[in-house]
Design a protein around this ligand. Structure first.
Ligand code: RB5
Length: 143
């Protein structure tokens, strides 16, 4: 899978480790920043990732910040983005099954790196259920 990834300084360490992990697993990963632990503004990187997913430059995305909320609210300003926050494996499964999240968002300051890997694995291997969930998703965009 061709994935985009982005974080602010709070998610930087996990982002770097996830890039190595996913690349070793054979995925192509495009890094939309940030590129150091220096304090930065999460919208700068979340918008870059959202644009890449919306344009089809990457198929799906992964985003991290301290709580996950900053990147999630930024990503979800984009009509083509369904960014879902997950901090446990059952939520990571449901965020694909029910919400068809095309960006997985994680709260780096509140989960272990081991958990982040588990969440990515679950989200990547779960299928969207469609049906009533598609009907609900069709009502999400602001016309
Ligand atoms: C950075 O300190 C923190 O505010 C940010 O990572 C994120 O949690 C914002 O929602």
């Amino acid at each position: 899978m061709k994935l985009g990834i982005a974080s602010d300084h709070a998610g930087f360490e996990y982002k770097q480790k996830l890039i190595s992990y996913l690349t070793k697993k054979g995925h192509e990963v495009v890094d939309y920043g940030t590129y150091s632990t220096d304090s930065c503004d999460y919208p700068d990187y979340a918008h870059a990732l959202a644009n890449a997913v919306e344009s089809g430059e990457v198929e799906n995305g992964i985003a991290l910040c301290g709580t996950g909320n900053g990147v999630a609210l930024t990503l979800n300003k984009h009509q083509g983005i369904r960014a879902g926050l997950a901090w446990g494996t059952e939520i990571a499964k449901l965020v694909k099954q029910h919400n068809n999240a095309n960006v997985l968002v994680m709260p780096a300051r509140f989960i272990s790196y081991r958990m982040a890997v588990e969440l990515v694995k679950v989200w990547m291997t779960t299928e969207f259920e469609g049906g009533r969930h598609q009907r609900r998703l069709d009502k999400v965009p602001v016309k």
